[in-house]
Ligand binder design. Structure first.
Ligand SMILES: Cc1cc2nc3c(=O)[nH]c(=O)nc-3n(C[C@H](O)[C@H](O)[C@H](O)COP(=O)(O)OP(=O)(O)OC[C@H]3O[C@@H](n4cnc5c(N)ncnc54)[C@H](O)[C@@H]3O)c2cc1C
Length: 374
């Protein structure tokens, strides 16, 4: 039999989640291999998002999304300060433009408080105008702990730290098969170009995480792991309106998405988005024809925005566990020992607030792999 390299952990995917996991595990364990199909890290969803550090306002208190987002908010600001990662806690306004939206904002505030986010405050028309002269709103909730981050610097910091601690990162390395062995798993890269053995597998493959789960032998339909692609396009504004905060509308009741919001990035650019469009395939092109829908949404709170100032920008694709119009589902993070695959840890449906949640998710995974490695 051919000798194969052996690892303790194979992390699949160098997005923000796989990178945070590799960094966290490298502080305790050796023999970690990170495999990524692209030529570099962070080329998919992790570099195609709003780069917002969320506070944990919207989801139900018993969701992992809530627990990780609330803890992730504090953890990410701490990490940014410790590692000099560019970020700005600029705060966010969720704005109501009529009585019905004010009522929904009340419910949102109550939910936030159940989640432990107790620092939201009401702003009346005058207070809104003094902070944001271009915004039209009846009332608003101010979330002071929402902010923005340079997600590329965050990911660069994770990989630099992981590699300094001995993690091997293999790019242009697509996991194409996983076979259970008497002990651990045999993984195939690029259809047989390389094979290795590993005790545990952390599946952080983002949009393709369901396919990786299927490779191990899991029935992804019975487990409810099959992902749907939900595109979110952005338009940017030139000239940019003068905004000092992130501006969010009141989201739809089923929390399908947060509504077309205005974000600022670390370079001061104002972007609007993401909208919501279920698609069959990964295609990041932005359809200029969607501009009228964007204008309709944005003009509700920013009436002065000129049509010609909106230009197509990037898009990202959410790995959703639910279909159009259905209520939002929670992250799935699971050791598959009950399904007969001990040490295979699947992360499925890691959509927003995955970026905010990356540090506590990484610690959670570290606790999950510990019994196999200690
Ligand atoms: C439009 C949009 C806006 C968002 N805004 C925010 C926000 O403001 N704040 C926030 O907290 N979150 C936000 N999110 C969510 C956040 O971006 C994601 O939760 C996060 O980036 C997910 O990271 P990931 O590492 O799981 O996935 P990814 O970044 O997709 O990484 C997965 C990696 O796995 C690799 N891979 C896949 N298959 C294989 C294979 N077979 N072999 C090897 N490698 C493989 C891929 O190439 C990829 O690099 C947003 C998401 C979207 C789509």
């Amino acid at each position: 039999m051919i000798d194969m390299d052996e690892f303790d952990v194979a992390v699949i995917g160098a997005g923000v989640i796989g990178l945070a996991v590799a960094d966290e595990l490298s502080q305790k364990y050796g023999r970690i291999l990170l495999v990524e199909k692209n030529p570099s890290f962070g080329q998919e969803t992790s570099s195609r998002n709003s780069e917002v550090i969320h506070a944990g306002i919207y989801f139900p208190p018993d969701f992992l999304k809530t627990e990780f987002c609330v803890r992730g908010n504090t953890a990410l600001y701490d990490l940014c300060r410790k590692r000099n990662i560019p970020h700005r806690p600029i705060g966010k306004m969720i704005i109501a433009t009529d009585d019905e939206e004010v009522a929904r904002l009340n419910t949102i505030k109550e939910n936030a408080e159940k989640n432990g986010v107790c620092n939201l405050s009401w702003l009346d028309k005058k207070q809104i105008r003094s902070r944001e002269p271009e915004i039209r709103a009846q009332e608003a909730l101010l979330s002071p702990s929402t902010g923005i981050i340079d997600s590329h610097s965050l990911m660069r910091s994770f990989i630099a730290n992981a590699q300094a601690n001995g993690v091997t990162a293999a790019f242009r390395s697509e996991c194409t098969a996983i076979r259970q062995r008497a002990s651990g798993y045999e993984m195939t890269i690029n259809q047989g170009e390389y094979r290795f053995l590993t005790n545990t597998v952390v599946n952080a493959a983002g949009l393709h995480a369901d396919k990786i789960a299927q490779m191990t032998g899991i029935d992804i339909d019975r487990s409810g792991y099959r992902l749907r692609y939900c595109k979110g396009s952005y338009f940017w504004a030139s000239p940019a309106p003068r905004l000092n905060h992130l501006i969010y509308p009141v989201p739809p009741g089923n929390m399908e998405f947060l509504g077309v919001h205005a974000t600022l990035d670390m370079g001061g650019r104002v972007r609007f988005g993401p909208d919501i469009e279920y698609v069959d395939a990964v295609d990041y092109g932005v359809d200029e024809g969607r501009k009228d829908l964007f204008l309709q949404s944005v003009r509700k709170y920013l009436p002065g925005i000129a049509g010609e100032s909106l230009l197509p920008d990037t898009s990202g694709i959410r790995p959703k566990l639910h279909g159009p119009g259905e209520a939002n589902k929670d992250f799935i993070i699971k050791d598959e020992k009950e399904n007969g695959y001990p040490g295979v840890i699947n992360l499925i449906g890691i959509e927003s607030p995955g970026l905010t949640s990356c540090v506590p998710i990484a610690k959670y995974i570290s606790a999950m792999v510990a019994p196999y490695l200690e």
